[in-house]
Design a protein around this ligand. Structure first.
Ligand SMILES: *Cc1c(COP(=O)(O)O)cnc(C)c1O
Length: 392
């Protein structure tokens, strides 16, 4: 097997026209935030039904700005999920607030909205749901809880570009409605800028403040031509990155469609190779309430029960066995409350049992548009064989 035969769990695809456009940006004499950033933001605003959108250097910076816009700081609590990229909780800590982690729903692997309600205290200011693998939570219920308790919602939609929520109002894109909605364009996401992010907001005033927060808090005014009313960061996107994003956006519909086809191929292959009989949990394509995933990832949860007479299946051994067969997999994510820093905030094993089980056993299988139609079958065949061998 040559290195090029290896099937990674994901791989970005930048087309030739976009590569040429990046070259033109570099030659143009304007390589940081400029006309491409403005064009990218305008295109994103169109995608999200005309709502105000601003771009940032990455998704993490985007979420931190969202928390600042919502006025969240020391003394405040923000409820979020432990099954996410650690950025979600880190930004809450970065603004001086306390992340309150609640358990996940094992069917969706997303934050359990019942647990959110139970965790609300007088200090709770916001909820930060994550749409793991691009599957939204029950958006009706989420916004009903927020309205009832007067909470802001900061959606970590990093993985959820082109995911949808369908209800009486029709099928609406995540970001086209709601409060503050954050996306990431990191290299592994469904569309990428290499690094980048964007925030969908409610009002032009929020968008103006977001512009200040991303560039040192500077406003143009006064005798000296500028003033600083509050300190901001250095969080702007460059025109180089925006040009990559602008080249990806027209392909979004095709990317989402192709991911859906491959996910369907996975479900069929999983049935053919008896993954469910091996105790492997498949993802849930849609939940009963209208969440439509963009198939950012196809994730399974390995069995955690010890089989009769056999050894417990260890995820790293399964990953190693697949790697030896030329298949890359990923872990998205270990439950973050068990990381040292969060243990230091008082979190302990046993507090969030579903998240702990899923965090130990979740496995991301390869899924990206340039994959072959036959790849899902090969992955499921090798996964089934590895699980059989390793639990004997
Ligand atoms: C990618 C990701 C982020 C962070 O985005 P960056 O652009 O890497 O900073 C945050 N949350 C989730 C769920 C992500 O997948």
């Amino acid at each position: 097997m040559s290195a090029t035969d290896f099937l990674p769990f994901t791989r970005p695809h930048i087309d030739a026209a976009t590569i040429a456009e990046v070259g033109r940006v570099l030659a143009s004499g304007w390589i940081t935030s400029g006309p491409r950033v403005q064009a990218f933001e305008a295109a994103l605003s169109t995608l999200f039904g005309g709502r105000p959108v601003r771009s940032f250097a990455n998704g993490t910076a985007t979420m931190e700005v969202a928390l600042r816009l919502a006025g969240i700081g020391p003394g405040d609590e923000v409820i979020t999920t432990p099954i996410t990229w650690v950025a979600t909780a880190n930004v809450i800590v970065a603004v001086g607030a306390r992340p309150v982690l609640v358990d996940v729903d094992p069917r969706t692997r997303n934050i359990d909205l019942g647990a959110v309600e139970a965790a609300i205290t007088p200090r709770t200011r916001a909820v930060m749901p994550v749409y793991l693998s691009g599957l939204p939570v029950d958006m009706g219920r989420l916004y009903a809880i927020a309205a009832k308790h007067g909470l802001r919602v900061i959606e970590d939609a990093a993985q959820a570009i082109d995911a949808r929520w369908s209800d009486q109002q029709g099928s609406r894109r995540i970001g086209a409605f709601g409060d503050l909605v954050s996306f990431s364009f990191q290299a592994n996401k469904n569309i990428t800028c290499a690094e980048g992010g964007c925030l969908v907001m409610n009002t032009p005033e929020e968008a103006e403040r977001a512009e200040r927060l991303r560039l040192q808090g500077v406003v143009r005014s006064g005798l000296d031509g500028m003033d600083v009313a509050e300190p901001g960061g250095k969080l702007n996107l460059t025109d180089i990155n925006a040009a990559i994003g602008l080249g990806q956006l027209p392909q979004l519909a095709a990317i989402t469609r192709r991911r859906g086809e491959l996910a369907q191929a996975y479900f069929e292959a999983a049935a053919r190779h008896g993954l469910a009989d091996l105790g492997i949990e498949l993802p849930r394509p849609t939940n009963a309430t209208g969440a439509i995933t963009n198939w950012h990832m196809f994730q399974v949860v390995l069995p955690t029960e010890r089989p009769a007479g056999g050894p417990r299946l260890v995820r790293s051994a399964v990953m190693q066995a697949l790697r030896e067969r030329g298949i890359g997999t990923g872990v998205h994510y270990p439950a973050l409350h068990l990381f040292s820093f969060y243990r230091g905030l008082g979190w302990r094993e046993g507090q969030l049992p579903q998240a702990e089980r899923i965090g130990r056993a979740i496995l991301t299988l390869p899924l990206f548009p340039q994959m072959d139609d036959a790849d899902p079958d090969r992955v499921c065949r090798h996964l089934a064989a590895a699980c059989r061998t390793l639990s004997r």
